[in-house]
Design a protein around this ligand. Structure first.
Ligand SMILES: *[C@@H]1O[C@H](CO)[C@@H](O)[C@H](O)[C@H]1NC(C)=O
Ligand SMILES: *[C@@H]1O[C@H](CO)[C@@H](O)[C@H](O)[C@H]1NC(C)=O
Length: 570
């Protein structure tokens, strides 16, 4: 079924929960029943980035004023609102295979509070209108050089459990239901432990950890994050579907600006602790396709026809949902996909449930294009030139950074034209270095190391590899957008503490705004940039704790905690 994502017009009756997004910049108003003790304390109506989940109420950043003029980041959501799914049959309230309207049974805490909440995303999918052509050969990749990770990606023979799925006897189903209930019980305990940590954040000594103890203002709530992270390590299990052949499946680019896509797929395949081979023990199911590889193998350059890409994804989901019971029982809510390609969001619209229910881990995390921060995950874009980032890391202190602000990059997308028009070749302000191309012999990384602030406007999409690069090189990042970019790991990280957010309309004031940051403030921010770097690191070999891979998984973990899958009964 190639359902398009629909718009629901029905007003929610009990809960009002809509995101400030798009031009209207509607107020992010999430009124949840008072079951959530203390929750009110986390919602600061004045903070545009309405803090939820791990927010620490005390963190009023000195830089929040920089984003005071509108709905910047107003898309956050109450992550701990849990949603109950029981797909298949009439169990749930979600009967929208036709994509009319999704009413959900949402559970808050342990008390049943039913509310109906239109879930489907409203707007378009962020891709230009495209023609749809008759089906082409879908899974017929031409022989092309498979890149980087291919050889290293292990292949696993499909497992016997799939046959079991096809002819599930009542006993098998019951066993499965018992396992599911046990999984949900485990999640409920983890949820309770984390909520407890959220409430007690200031009263307890830090948790023990041999590697690292999260602390300080870079976190919304470091204690709760730590608790949640440890719970994840203890409990979380991901199942990676075996179906599909490389390079479109089980493979991806491990270098280039899309590297996070390939690196994640690769690391997930290699992962031993957080991965399970038994789907009945899994909390989430990973759909291991690579949009970047699809674009390379399936898309016909210049055709502007993404039909074959979308068909690949919808066929894949049809195969899985026919073979296994897992997709149907949650309508995709405990499944996740991941893509760093600009077209990731568009390709995800191949299946209405994938778009509307599943966890979509995307670099192109544009809330004006259906990215929903309460269920989707913002994936950092990292331009890997080699297998690791280690050699790109580090930089001098502020006093050795003569340039105030730096940007070099192509003039495309919605933000850069304004930036270049105002600041390119601005001889009156030589400490603002903005250009399309660097002169021959000038190193991009050196420029970042010599700059106090690095400007990170999106290009064709909201994400930019500059964000991670700035963090690696200890240059304080400046996100330039109109609040539609959902920043990576924002449910854990307090971006205000180590980054500046500048609205597009404020580009002419850029110098004034940045020059107003006092040296002391700057030193503090730079120190925090150094601290937060750990979470953006990509290491050679196996991923390490608290690195980018684990932060991505942690984001998925948090979203799975919000969902409760009900057993099917019979
Ligand atoms: C899942 O649902 C689809 C569509 O309703 C159906 O065709 C398919 O057989 C179901 N899968 C299983 C494993 O029951
Ligand atoms: C986000 O999406 C909206 C709607 O498609 C678009 O107008 C805007 O330019 C996008 N933002 C960026 C920074 O790409």
């Amino acid at each position: 079924m190639r359902a398009t994502v629909s718009t629901s017009s029905t007003a929610p009756s009990v809960l009002l929960c809509f995101h400030g997004r798009g031009r209207e910049a509607a107020v992010a108003a999430c009124l949840v029943a008072a079951t959530f003790l203390a929750l009110a304390a986390f919602l600061d109506p004045r903070a545009q980035a309405s803090s939820w989940f791990f927010s620490s109420s005390s963190s009023s950043s000195s830089f929040s004023s920089l984003q005071s003029s509108g709905g910047g980041g107003g898309s956050e959501h109450l992550l701990l609102t849990s949603t109950s799914y029981s797909g298949g049959g009439d169990g749930g309230r979600r009967r929208n295979s036709t994509g009319k309207e999704v009413h959900e049974e949402v559970q808050v805490g342990d008390d049943d509070i039913l509310l109906s909440l239109p879930k489907s995303s409203s707007s378009g999918h962020g891709a230009p209108p495209l023609s749809v052509s008759p089906p082409a050969a879908v899974l017929a990749p031409a022989a092309a050089p498979a890149t980087v990770c291919s050889q290293a990606t292990p292949r696993h023979p499909a497992q016997g459990s799939s046959d079991e799925a096809i002819q599930a006897t009542p006993q098998v189903r019951r066993r499965r239901d018992v396992k599911l209930e046990r999984l949900e019980l485990g999640l409920a305990k983890a949820r309770a432990a984390i909520m407890d940590a959220v409430r007690n954040k200031d009263n307890r000594p830090p948790l023990a950890d041999k590697d690292y103890v999260p602390m300080g203002p870079i976190y919304r709530n470091s204690y709760a994050f730590h608790r949640s992270y440890l719970e994840m390590e203890k409990l979380f299990k991901v199942y990676v579907y075996e179906e599909g052949e490389p390079p479109v499946f089980h493979d991806g680019p491990c270098r280039s600006i899309y590297s996070t896509e390939g690196r994640f797929i690769y690391s997930m395949e290699m992962e031993s602790r957080l991965r399970t081979r038994d789907p009945d023990l899994a909390h989430v199911f990973f759909l291991p396709f690579s949009v970047v590889k699809m674009v390379k193998m399936i898309y016909e350059p210049g055709s502007h026809d993404m039909g074959p890409l979308k068909r690949t994804v919808s066929d894949y989901i049809n195969v899985l949902s026919n073979k296994y019971p897992y997709w149907n029982r949650s309508l995709g809510a405990d499944h996740f996909m991941l893509s760093c390609h600009d077209w990731g969001p568009y390709v995800s619209s191949a299946n209405g449930h994938l778009f509307g229910n599943s966890i979509r881990v995307l670099c192109n995390a544009n809330t004006s294009e259906g990215f929903n921060p309460s269920k989707d995950v913002s994936l950092p874009e990292i331009n890997l030139r080699s297998d690791v980032v280690d050699h790109q890391v580090g930089g001098p202190s502020a006093s050795h950074r003569p340039i105030l602000a730096f940007f070099a990059g192509g003039n495309h997308g919605p933000v850069r034209p304004s930036l270049l028009a105002h600041w390119k070749g601005n001889v009156d302000n030589p400490d603002v270095q903005v250009s399309e191309y660097l002169p021959r012999g000038v190193s991009y990384m050196d420029m970042m190391r010599r700059s106090r602030f690095c400007l990170c406007p999106g290009g064709y999409e909201v994400a930019s590899p500059r964000l991670a690069e700035a963090i690696y090189l200890e240059c304080v990042p400046v996100v330039v957008d109109d609040g539609e970019y959902a920043l990576p790991f924002a449910d854990v990280l307090n971006w205000d503490a180590f980054a500046v957010r500048l609205r597009v309309a404020d580009i002419p004031r850029l110098r004034e705004v940045l020059a107003a940051v006092s040296p002391r403030q700057y030193i503090r921010m730079q120190r925090r940039v150094r601290m937060v770097r750990r979470h953006f690191m990509v290491h050679g070999g196996a991923p390490r704790r608290y690195d980018a891979f684990h932060m991505i998984l942690h984001s998925v973990w948090l979203r799975r905690l919000n969902v409760r899958i009900a057993a099917q009964q019979g």
